[in-house]
Every structure is written in C-alpha cells, then in structure tokens.
Ligand binder design. Structure first.
Ligand code: TXA
Ligand code: MG
Length: 342
C-alpha cells in the first residue's frame, strides 16, 4: 500500500488535508494522526471493516479494544449509555485532555471496535490537529496508538513512519507530541470507578474530583486484567530492558558494573546522575523534578537504543512525581518485569 504522508503544523491547520483525511476515513481507510499524548491510528469506529484494517496494520490482537475519539461528552452519548453524573464533572475538568472514560456501548458501536466487550472507551484529545480532524469527521474515530503492536508508542512522526509506512493510507506528519505518554483509562461502569491504565491524568488529580476512584492496574501481569491491552507484551525495544530500583548511589554502582560486564549495553538515566555513568550509550530522559519531561522522552529513548544497537538497556527507576505510576507502568511492561531491587 502506498502511504500518503502530509506535513502539518498544529498552528497552521491545512483544511484540505483534513478533508482528505475525513474522506479516507469515510471510505474505510486508516489515518495516523498526532494527539497531545501519542500518535493515533484512526479509522471509522462504526465500520467493522475499517476497524479491522487498524488491527491488521498494527498486528494487534483482535480482543484488545480501541479508544473512540469524539469532540465532547454529548458525542460520546450518541454511542454509549448510562453515562454517570461523575463523567460530566470529569469531562468539565479534564477534557479535552489525556483521560479516556469507559461507558456501556450502544449497539451502533461494533464489537470489532470494543474487542468483543459491552463497554467502550471515549476520549476528547486536546491536540489541535486531532481535534480539527475529529470535528470535521461525521463519524467517531477509533484510534489505538500508531505503533506496531508490542513496540513502544509513537511520540514523533518519524516513529510512525518507521512502523507504519506502507501499512496505512495516510500519515499526518506533525513532529513531536507535546505530552508523549498515553491517556489514563478510567472505567466508569464499575463501582467504585477504577483506573485501568495510569496515564497523563494522575490518580491524585482524579481523586480530587472523584474521591472514591481506585487504582485497578498492576505492574505484575495479572491473570485476567480488566483492560485487555494490559496482558500483552508491550512497549518493547529489541534489547532486553532492566530497571534498577534503590538508593541513587547503589543504582549508579550497579548499572556501571552491569554495563562493564555487558559491553554494548545502554543506560537510561535522569539528569542528576547522567555524568556518573561510564557507558557510551547513555540517554538522559530528563530531570527527575520534571515529570513531564521524563514522560515525554521514554518512548523515544527506547527506540533510540535500538538504533544505537544496544545489546541490553539498564534504566533507573524514575520516581517522577505525579507521573511516576504512568512512566513506571510503561517501563515495567517494556522490561517484562525485570526490576532489580537494590
Ligand atoms: O492517549 C491515548 O490513549 C492514545 C491516543 C491515540 O488517544 N491511545 C491509546 O490507545 O493509547 P491504545 O489502544 O494503545 O490503548 C488503549 C488502552 C488499551 O490498554 C485497551 O485495552 C484499553 O485502553 N481499553 C480500551 N477500551 C477499553 C474497554 N472498553 N475496556 C477496558 N479497557 C479498554
Ligand atoms: Mg498502545
């Protein structure tokens, strides 16, 4: 398949391209587009054949449901029912933004979109290009992250081109995503409401609005995770990733010892420690005091290590404030749980 790649800047929306993307979506095609979190691979959420093309392009297991992108809660109400009062408050506070809310689906939403579930996740992204595309589209847009299944999510157009050129109809190339980490997935069909995937909106922020919210995610691979996506191999670079957790001096000492016994290993670290590592393949993902910076860099770093040909990757454990859960959820999965406690 020949992929059409169009450059666009969020400050300078090209409506001809947006309209062409909408036509592609209405024709049952696939369009990769930037959101503030990560790039999404979009298709008509109401068309089972279109949705199947997303799964094919990504190599994604069919029981892993997609998030439906809409432009407000009223739109979500056309495709879901029993939306609780809490959702209105949450939408007022966090939409548009990195929060996906799960409601009971209406029959108009095909099971292909929800991976066979009776529920569906909805999100209003805040990225300008995503919003314009959604507003221009008469149908809601189902979109998982625009990466090959199992690979790190795509936070830059170069990642999307690397994974999906030739596999999708259109890629909107708008450079880097501002946040760089996926949305928080919140189940509002369960009591109390539960966070199935930590993301851009932290537990503490949600708790201020809905005090009864609980965390239902686990870094250990639970037997039957409620969010089907959480059971698969995820975010994985080619190299084996190891995470070192403990006092900073012990972490540095351990990682330096490991990288000297395993030459060619990479190191993923925070700014404060960057000077202390001896490996040549070192990527500093940011200041530990700046959670957004670290969150925005981890997926790119994982891909960079592959390009550098790192044989193994040793990463610090990033206790990065309100985004610690989300960052460490992704890294723990990418490492298949290889955490070394020091
Ligand atoms: O930030 C994001 O959420 C990005 C952008 C493109 O919006 N999308 C994204 O989609 O990360 P994806 O498919 O990579 O991750 C969606 C997660 C998966 O873990 C999936 O299992 C879960 O949400 N999910 C979706 N619908 C669900 C449902 N009805 N019940 C439980 N989990 C659901
Ligand atoms: Mg994903």
């Amino acid at each position: 398949m020949k992929t059409r790649i169009y450059k666009m800047e969020p400050e300078n929306i090209d409506f001809e391209i947006i309209n062409e993307c909408v036509r592609t979506i209405l024709d049952g095609g696939t369009v990769a587009f930037p959101t503030e979190t990560v790039y999404g691979l979009g298709a008509n959420a109401l068309d089972p054949d279109a949705v199947k093309r997303i799964f094919q392009a990504k190599g994604r297991p069919g029981d892993n449901p997609l998030i439906i992108h809409v432009d407000n809660l009223t739109q979500a109400g056309r495709y879901s029912e029993n939306i609780p009062e809490k959702a209105h408050i949450l939408a007022d506070v966090f939409w548009p933004g990195p929060l996906s809310m799960i409601f009971n689906k209406k029959s108009i939403v095909p099971y292909e979109t929800t991976g066979g579930l009776e529920t569906a996740a909805f999100r209003v992204p805040s990225g300008r290009i995503a919003l314009e595309l959604i507003k221009a589209s008469p149908v809601p847009i189902a979109a998982p992250s625009a990466n090959l299944s199992g690979r790190p999510s795509t936070t830059d157009s170069s990642h999307v081109i690397e994974d999906l050129d030739g596999r999708v109809d259109v890629i909107i190339d708008a450079g880097r995503c501002s946040l760089g980490l996926e949305s928080t997935v919140l189940d509002l069909t369960s009591f109390p409401p539960s966070i199935l995937r930590p993301g851009g909106v932290s537990y503490d922020k949600l708790k201020m609005v809905i005090p009864d919210v609980i965390r239902a995610y686990s870094d250990k691979s639970a037997d039957t995770p409620k969010s089907p996506g959480m059971k698969y191999r995820h975010y994985s670079p080619e190299a084996e990733l190891f995470i070192a957790k403990g006092p900073s001096d012990k972490v540095v000492e351990f990682i330096n010892r490991m990288t000297s016994t395993h030459p060619g290993s990479g190191v993923m670290c925070s700014l404060g420690n960057a000077e202390k590592y001896t490996s040549q393949k070192k990527i500093c993902v940011g200041d530990i005091e700046n959670p957004e910076e670290i969150a925005g860099n981890i997926f790119d770093a994982l891909r960079m290590f592959d390009k550098m040909g790192a044989s193994r990757i040793y990463s610090e454990y990033f206790a990065a404030g309100h985004l610690e859960d989300a960052i460490m959820n992704r890294l723990t999965k990418a490492s298949s749980g290889r955490i070394v406690e020091l």
